[in-house]
Design a protein around this ligand. Sequence first.
Ligand code: GAL
Length: 419
Amino acid sequence: MNAINRLAAVISLASLLPLSAIAANGTVEVTHWWTSGGEAAAVKTLKEQVEKDGFTWKDNAVAGGGGAAAMTVLKSRAVAGNPPGAAQIKGPDIQEWGALGLLTELDDVAKANNWDALLPKKVAQIMQYDGHYVAVPVNIHRVNWLWINPQVFDKAGAKVPTTLDELFAAADKLKAAGFIPLAHGGQPWQDSTVFEDLVLSILGPQGYHQAFVELDESTLTGEKMVEVFKTLQRLGTYMDPNRAGRDWNIAAAEVINGKAGMQIMGDWAKSEWTAAGKVAGKDYQCVAFPGTQGSFAYNIDSLAMFKLKNENDIKAQNDLAKVALEPQFQTVFNQNKGSLPVRQDMDMSQFDACTQKSAVDFKEAEKGDGLQPSMAHNMATSLAVQGAIFDVVTNFFNDPKADPATAVKQLNSAIKSAK
Ligand code: GAL
């Protein structure tokens, strides 16, 4: 067959397909780390909607809570010149990818769908590079939560804690009754999730801001930071000594199954309770991490979009961006994921008691200094600074004899050299 005949054959084959299938048959590949049972159920709602719109979803799920493994995969794909259409990239990291010139502008989708009016200003800014939308947010997670199994608490005669002292009192009761007081997975991001909750509790939201946003030396090395490390060390004694490497959802399951009494974790933990058919406020309780009432450490999941060449794939990518903020998706996704919808105009009566509480607390925190970006979840610093903090915290936490006063010095110098 000569070239003209080959072309003719392709054209006549194409004419057999319905027009809409040809036009809409682009693919969007999505890199993310939503692999726990509950989170996979949440991401499935996005996949299904994109497929309903006639596009192909190529799943690039990289296991590993907190996303460190997914980021490694993403970097090597970008270096190889083969990034996915969309990737879970958050906070200041969006700026770093934008500066590399790899992200595509989503202004047309944003304009057509009124993103400026739908999103809180702060959130809209995070999604933009150089004044252009390059990412779409899907939710708002709150990090400073404590998850409680009330049946275990009843059996142990423990009281729901509101202060750090009460947390230790509850932990003592749980321990005496033979339960694991605090379920925990020994991975750097999980250790640092607990660490940042303690900073918020002990230093308050202003101190938290000075430590993790301003990276202020005197705050990082101050007496209160020494107290944070001391308290972290003490909390560790109430955790399972075999926790190293354990995934967060396995730790969540220990609370769900009544082996442990509590877990300190962001509200993606709720996705596991939901997937297990448990009801918020009845089968489990969510309370602000002791001492952080009124504060809200936020973690906004977002999908940043990479420059693509194929026009149909660009259409698929734009569809994903549009769908992510549609009310129907915002409802089902967040009901499954445990987070707050990022749209401000949603009917919150469709959500459970924990998410409703989160919405009220977000509004309250927004009025003053209470709303703070989560360090452990990529919202406060560059990933380099975050990595430096993770190293110091995890090394400290893995050594029960480590000295808190030395740790603050190590923290400060590690941050300095990562800046
Ligand atoms: C966070 C992410 C959440 C959840 C969690 C556990 O960084 O924002 O959506 O996936 O990690 O993996």
